[in-house]
Design a protein around this ligand. Structure first.
Ligand code: VG1
Ligand code: CO
Length: 542
């Protein structure tokens, strides 16, 4: 029986860079989840009798919201819901399931790298039929609906047992519980030379994969340890926990510091990697060699042809605007297209669908390809392993040779977290106002060449996205970029991205922060960060 419940709108359900993210108690307000789910369905057309994929990263509140979504999907007329066992699906695995089973779309429950728990973060994201995050015109329509909603629909009945693979019915709708790993692992086998990687491990190659008590554990264990023969114990923190063991499941130098210290120490294995809460990000560290995500994207693109799935070459490379230009040098050498998009994976979907790009990446530890429509942490790790299995060189050698061939893009991101939102918005406003006066300004031996607020015109559908980050580009190509995070749930986070290109191999051995010193000082001078925020230093440097 379909039940309709009356409701009133919430004013704060605007999706950010990657879905709606709030604290769990906020989501727990009566009608809050239901309003947003109903607004998604109301904003869509033509799904009667179709399939919806549902899954999440296993964080606190995941299982409850899966049950809500199943009941509401049944009441709204979906024909079938596919759910990962125990409500689990990594973000890239969900993208694959949507594509493979030709679903109408999917609802992914995750706040990605944000912490989990009763008072921590939760998130809901809608993905369209190509498997990728809903583009802005869809998220805008959802937001409009949240402001006008008066009722939501559900069916009453007992919870579905999510622990058992198989089919059951909720109202008229079929619920299929599927293994969250199988389809994904099968896809990886089509892309990479598993025999070569198996031989690499058999030759004594050692690895540590830190799943950070998040969703990738079961995927990494199955693929690395079972199918590729990495020794048991290669994957650590492999059981997904609702609070990620109390940590931020963010694979960066702050939250994955244990891995970093191991890789820089005397007992380092050959290769270290980690992924985030929902499995779409990756961290890659060789013995004694950290690889910046921007460099990783460039190196993966330059060597992708060594993996069977990419042996025919790449159609193009896309990167988000704040990501370093390292990948651009590769695209140029390969003679293929190179695209610069706003932050967030939703901007890559059209390029991938249109066959303009094969590999995409972001400086925030995300890379992926046209195999799905999300970034994919384990994919990046497997492509690295495939490259190492063919080249039989250390990560350090691969990185150094890459810099010698293409030059080195020194790169760092400085995050100022938990700022007062009014202060952060004022800083950005002032920065925007100062743009016309910046060209030709002289600071610390550098001259500003140009300064703008990045706007993106999608080459496929022509849609325009404005105000995507302030860029100040100096003569010679060095630059600083400023934008506010769209994924946080507390105050505002200012991200400052700093980049300098160095073609001369004799100058490739510098410490990154040292190499960027003048630019860092210029960034503070341009935006008045210390003066406005009272912060002497960033909270996180990656
Ligand atoms: C951050 C990253 C962005 C990434 C987004 C979602 O967004 O900067 O590159 O696409 O998170 O990643 P923001 O607006 O906070 O800078 V995930 O792994 O949270 O789905
Ligand atoms: Co993520």
């Amino acid at each position: 029986m379909i039940r309709t419940a009356a409701t009133t709108p919430f004013a704060d359900q605007k999706p950010g860079t990657s879905g709606l993210r709030k604290k769990v108690p906020h989501f727990r307000q009566p009608n809050y989840v239901e309003n947003f789910i109903q607004s998604i369905f109301d904003a869509l057309d033509g799904f009667a009798g179709q399939t919806l994929v549902v899954g999440g990263d296993g964080r606190y509140f995941n299982a409850e919201v899966v049950q809500i979504v199943i009941r509401m999907a049944a009441a709204n007329g979906f024909g079938r819901v596919l759910v990962g066992r125990d409500g689990l699906l990594s973000t890239p695995a969900a993208s694959n399931v949507i594509r493979k089973y030709k679903a109408f779309g999917g609802i992914i429950l995750s706040a990605s790298h944000n912490p989990g728990g009763p008072t921590e973060d939760f998130g809901i994201k809608y993905n369209i039929g190509n498997g990728g995050p809903a583009p802005e015109k869809v998220t805008d329509a959802i937001f409009e609906r949240t402001k006008a909603i008066v009722a939501w629909k559900t069916v009453d009945g007992p919870d579905v047992d999510l622990s058992r693979i198989g089919e059951t019915k909720v109202g008229q709708m079929t619920v299929g519980i599927i293994d969250p790993v199988d389809d994904y692992a099968a896809l990886m086998e089509t892309l990479f030379d598993f025999d070569a990687i198996r031989a690499l491990f058999a030759s004594g190659f050692s690895m540590r994969f830190d799943a950070m008590s998040a969703v990738t554990g079961p995927y990494a264990e199955e693929i690395l340890e079972r199918r590729l023969g990495a020794p048991a114990g290669t994957v650590i923190n492999k059981v997904p926990l609702p609070d990620f063991g109390g940590h931020h499941p963010d694979p960066n130098l702050v939250h994955a510091k244990d891995l970093y210290d191991l890789m820089m120490g005397p007992d380092a294995p050959d290769f270290g990697a980690a992924s985030d809460g929902d499995g779409d990000r990756n961290l890659v560290i060789g013995r004694g060699q950290f690889v910046t995500p921007s460099d990783s994207l460039a190196i993966l693109a330059a060597n992708a042809n060594l993996a069977p799935g990419y042996a025919g070459g790449l159609k193009g490379i896309a990167r988000s605007m704040p990501t370093s230009a390292a990948a651009d040098h590769v695209a140029k050498k390969l003679g293929i297209g190179c695209y610069e998009t706003p932050t967030g994976w939703k901007f890559f979907g059209n390029l991938l669908d249109a066959g303009l790009a094969t590999i995409c990446g972001e400086e925030s530890a995300g890379s992926g390809s046209d195999h799905v429509r999300e970034k994919d942490g384990l994919w990046a790790v497997l492509l690295w392993l495939n490259i190492l299995a063919v080249r039989r060189e250390s990560v350090k050698t691969v990185v150094e040779k890459h810099w010698t061939e293409f030059g080195r893009n020194y790169y760092s991101r400085h995050d100022y977290e938990g700022l007062d939102a009014t202060v952060a918005n004022a800083l950005m406003d002032e920065l925007r106002n100062s743009l016309p006066a910046l060209p030709d300004a002289h600071m610390n031996d550098l001259f500003v060449a140009r300064a703008d607020d990045f706007a993106y015109s999608d080459p496929v559908d022509g849609s325009l996205s404005k105000r995507q980050g302030v860029r100040v580009i100096f003569r010679g190509g060095s630059r600083v970029v400023f934008r506010l995070s769209g994924t946080g749930t507390e105050g505002a986070t200012l991200r400052v991205y700093i980049e300098r290109y160095e073609p001369d191999p004799a100058r490739h051995g510098l410490d990154t922060q040292e190499a960027l010193r003048e630019l860092i000082a210029n960034a503070d001078m341009i935006a008045g960060i210390a003066a406005r925020t009272g912060r002497a230093a960033p909270d996180v440097i990656t």
